[in-house]
Design a protein around this ligand. Structure first.
Ligand code: GDP
Ligand code: MG
Length: 180
C-alpha cells in the first residue's frame, strides 16, 4: 500500500539538558531554520511540531522543549508522558553540562518509565561544536559515556552554524520508528 494514504505516525520527542546548552536553539534551527544569539528562556509553547518523511513513513514529530524550568524545578509528568525518544544535550565547552547527562537520563527513565529502558532511543548531542577552541569535553569522553549506556548514538552539533542538526534528528526519528 502507498505510504501517502497512511496516516502520519505521531512521535513525541523530549529534549533535556542543562539550561544554556542550546536546546531551544537546536529546535529553532531544526524546525524554523534560523538561529538567534539571544537567550530564549521559553518558546511559549509546550511543543513544536514538524512533519517529516523517514523510512517511507510520514511522521508528525512533536518536540517538547522546556520553558526554562530545568534550572530550578522538575518538569512535571506531562512533559515525559508517552515519549518515543529522548534527546540529551550538553555544551562541549561546559563540563558540568556533560556531567549532568547522567542525572537527566536517570530523571527521564524514572519519570517516563518506558517499557524496555535498556533499548529506549536516547541520543546525545554535544552542542556548540563551532566553539572548538573552548572545548572542555573531549569527544572521546562523551563517546565512551554513550557506549557505556548501551550504545547511545552521539553527534556533535552546532545550532549556530547548522552542523549535523538535521542528521541527528533523522537518527532520532529512525530509531523511534524502529521501536514500533
Ligand atoms: P537552552 O537553555 O538549552 O534552551 O539554550 P538556548 O538555546 O537558550 O541557548 C543558550 C545560549 O547559547 C544562547 O545565547 C544561544 O545563542 C547560544 N547557543 C546555542 N547554540 C549554540 C551553538 O551551537 N553555538 C554557539 N556558539 N552558541 C550557541
Ligand atoms: Mg530553552
Amino acid at each position: 500500500t502507498s505510504s501517502s494514504i497512511t496516516r502520519p505516525k505521531l512521535l513525541k520527542v523530549v529534549v533535556l539538558g542543562d539550561s544554556g546548552v542550546g536546546k531551544t536553539s537546536l529546535l529553532e534551527r531544526f524546525v524554523n531554520r534560523r538561529f538567534s544569539q539571544q537567550y530564549k528562556a521559553t518558546i511559549g509553547a509546550d511543543f513544536l511540531t514538524k512533519d517529516m518523511f523517514v523510512d517511507d513513513r510520514n511522521v508528525n514529530l512533536q518536540i517538547w522543549d522546556t520553558a526554562g524550568q530545568e534550572r530550578y524545578q522538575s518538569l512535571g509528568s506531562a512533559f515525559y508522558r508517552g515519549a518515543d525518544a529522548c534527546v540529551l544535550v550538553y555544551d562541549i565547552t561546559d563540563v558540568k553540562s556533560f556531567e549532568s547527562l547522567e542525572t537527566w537520563r536517570d530523571e527521564f527513565l524514572v519519570s517516563a518509565s518506558p517499557s524496555d529502558p535498556q533499548h529506549f532511543p536516547f541520543i546525545v548531542l554535544g552542542n556548540k561544536s563551532d566553539l572548538e577552541g573552548q572545548r572542555s569535553v573531549p569527544s572521546r569522553r562523551a563517546q565512551q559515556w554513550c557506549v557505556s549506556k548501551g550504545d547511545i548514538p552521539y553527534f556533535e552539533t552546532s545550532a549556530k552554524e547548522n552542523i549535523s542538526v538535521d542528521k541527528a534528528f533523522d537518527v532520532v526519528v529512525t530509531n523511534a520508528l524502529r521501536r514500533g
